[in-house]
Design a protein around this ligand. Structure first.
Ligand SMILES: Cc1cc2nc3c(=O)[nH]c(=O)nc-3n(C[C@H](O)[C@H](O)[C@H](O)COP(=O)(O)O)c2cc1C
Length: 197
């Protein structure tokens, strides 16, 4: 894997919205999942330390993946299962990427991305400890995940673009979540950059 020193990776980070048609490998997707939510230590059942910080170690985020071009994976919507570092299939019917692009207010680079990350928050995991302040904290947690995605994607010749412009209810409907107990907080697209590494 191409390796860039941290300062260069930070300084070269840009939001990239144009991608080549090249697919990611499963290993590259696994690396991005690992860097954004990977569990490095189990402190107790359901108390994890991960590659991203989280207020009180609550880790209320879930990661959904709209996969369009990853070698060996059928295009569709998946969920990253951090505990087993694996994927669960959610929806591989035709039109899912159109639905997610539409929920992102028609931003076309969602559909042309190789993978789009969609982070939701299961608010109870944060709220049982922090009450209404949880609604602030889950957004801060998502920022950490997305910044790691930007930096990790740069290491594998990919560009990323954060997305905060989406329709809450439309997004909840596509993901089949209720939009209240679990709701989408942030998204980001990933794809191979035209100029390679
Ligand atoms: C919270 C947040 C939400 C964003 N939402 C969008 C978005 O919906 N669509 C988009 O094209 N870019 C979005 N961006 C990317 C910004 O436009 C981009 O970071 C900014 O123009 C600065 O460019 P840079 O990231 O290359 O430094 C978002 C960035 C952040 C941090």
């Amino acid at each position: 894997m191409h390796s860039t020193d941290l300062r260069t990776a930070i300084e070269q980070r840009r939001s990239i919205r144009h991608y080549t048609r090249d697919p990611l490998t499963i290993e590259e997707l696994a690396y991005l999942c690992w860097c954004t939510q990977g569990i490095v230590e189990m402190k107790a059942p359901f108390y994890t330390l991960r590659n991203v910080p989280s207020a009180g170690g609550r880790h209320a985020l879930e990661t959904y993946l709209l996969i369009s071009r990853v070698k060996g994976i059928k295009p569709g919507l998946y969920r990253y299962l951090a505990f087993s570092h694996s994927l669960a299939t959610i929806d591989t019917t035709d039109g899912i990427s159109d639905s997610i692009m539409s929920a992102c207010l028609g931003q076309a680079f969602v559909r042309s991305s190789a993978v789009s990350f969609i982070w939701s928050a299961v608010i109870y995991r944060m709220a049982w400890r922090y009450s209404e302040r949880a609604y602030r904290l889950v957004h801060l947690d998502a920022g950490h995940a997305c910044q790691n995605l930007y930096l990790a994607a740069g290491q594998i010749g990919c560009g990323t673009c954060a997305i905060g412009a989406f329709d809450d209810q439309q997004m909840a409907d596509v993901l089949n979540i209720d939009g209240k107990e679990e709701f989408v907080v942030y998204c980001a697209t990933v794809g191979k950059k035209a100029n390679g590494t």
